[in-house]
Design a protein around this ligand. Structure first.
Ligand code: FSX
Ligand code: SF4
Ligand code: F3S
Length: 386
């Protein structure tokens, strides 16, 4: 094409090819895979192999689907039309009622043992499951029926992973996560909403390699949930230097200081939010980036359970000297997991804990900043793990 004038179609097609290659490179990087993986992903997705997906909705706000709708790499239409065959989805389906249920059963029969089952929302299990019925079946019956012949079951969002918002006390409908009902293997992709790229990367890993990615002890993909939010947070230098916002809107808060003393759960929450971001809207688009403390939405027992004002437990924190680059260069062979192991040296953790205790005690005061007329409500330093 050197020196030639491109037609509109050629230009669009070149742009979409570039966007596709960029997307595959992004998936490989998110998964922490080496350079060869990028080629494998390009080849597999380019070959047009589209697994059938059955997507169920139970007790939820549909935010999981909404967050998929605003993803641009790929846009949802590309996901539906080119990467997977979305054969049943109550929110996005044109059909409804009897017609939709017939489609679901037909797809499950035609793709027996090969389709992916995505479950969004908690399962209301109280009183025999009578609080959630679709097409005459309870959520419990539907889940068991659809999971039985699935190649893999993905619990998408915190509600499906461990109950999430609908399971908060007093939980009158007895909401629980998928793995309380379906006793076969389940992959949890928590978050409220979950990051769409963690879901897409899991599906693409499955399409490319015929198996799911490695999982942690809570059956979450390690590529997304093996690092604390606190490890990659852009406000971390402020934490390390004892600069904390004392209250919303004070000078520390306006200056981008650490939100730990406003209840940020980043030090006890595992997720890749600071590096993957949300909504394809550019830098800073994640809760802490916008000035709100992390509420620990990916973490069972923290999100929606631990009060927002409560201070986070300071987990095993690495020294800044051991921080990996947020996006690892391709082909260097250093994955997310190996970086986590490298960062997990006991001596480093002890050193970091001592530094943390010191800095939390020091606490630069927000009111020392110019134009601040608020009082510093910093609390005494909590005990740190050693
Ligand atoms: Fe739950 Fe998904 Fe939170 Fe909402 O549907 S994970 S309430 S964002 O959307 O299930
Ligand atoms: Fe970031 Fe929260 Fe950690 Fe502060 S406590 S560095 S805001 S994750
Ligand atoms: Fe949730 Fe905290 Fe990420 S609130 S979206 S885990 S920053």
């Amino acid at each position: 094409m050197n020196g030639e004038i491109l037609t509109g179609v050629e230009r669009n097609s070149a742009q979409s090819r570039r966007a596709f290659l960029k997307f595959c490179a992004g998936v490989a990087a998110t998964l922490g895979l080496p350079a060869e993986a990028e080629a494998a992903i390009v080849q597999t997705l380019g070959a047009g192999h589209r697994p059938a997906v059955i997507w169920l909705h139970f007790a939820d706000c549909t935010g999981c689907t909404e967050s998929m709708l605003v993803s641009e790499h790929p846009a949802l239409d590309k996901l539906i039309l080119e990467l997977v065959s979305l054969d049943y989805h109550e929110t996005l389906f044109a059909g409804s009622g009897y017609q939709a249920e017939v489609m679901r059963k037909a797809s499950m029969a035609a793709n027996k043992g090969k389709y992916l089952l995505v479950v969004e929302g908690a399962i209301p299990a109280g009183d025999g499951g009578i609080y959630c019925k679709i097409g005459g079946q309870t959520a419990i019956e539907l889940l068991n029926e659809c999971a039985k012949d699935a190649a893999a079951v993905i619990a998408l969002g915190s509600c499906a992973s461990w109950g999430g918002v609908p399971s908060t006390q007093p939980n009158p409908t007895g909401c629980v996560g998928v793995n309380e009902i379906w006793k076969g293997p389940v992959v949890n992709i928590p978050g409220c909403p979950p990051n769409p790229y963690n879901f897409l990367s899991t599906v693409i890993h499955y399409i490319t390699y015929g198996r799911l990615p490695d999982l942690d002890h809570q059956v979450r993909p390690k590529f997304a949930y093996s690092r604390l939010i606190h490890e990659n947070c852009e406000r971390r230098p402020h934490f390390d230097n004892g600069r904390f916002a004392g209250q919303f809107g004070d000078a520390g808060h306006r200056s981008g200081w650490c939100l730990y003393k406003l209840g940020c759960k980043g030090p006890e929450t595992y997720a890749n939010c600071p590096s993957v971001l949300f909504g394809d809207a550019g830098g800073g688009c994640w809760p802490v980036g916008t000035g709100h403390p992390c509420i620990g939405c990916t973490e069972k027992g923290i999100g929606f359970e631990k009060p927002i004002h409560a201070l986070a437990e300071l987990k095993f924190v690495t020294s800044p000297a051991f921080y990996p680059r947020i996006v690892e260069e391709q082909g260097k062979g250093v994955g997310v997991a190996s970086v986590a192991v490298l960062a997990g040296g006991v001596g480093v953790a002890v050193g970091a804990s001592i530094a943390m205790a010191k800095n939390l005690g020091n606490g630069h005061k927000s009111e020392n900043l110019p134009n601040d007329n608020s009082e510093d409500e910093s609390e005494d330093p909590p005990d740190c793990e050693e």
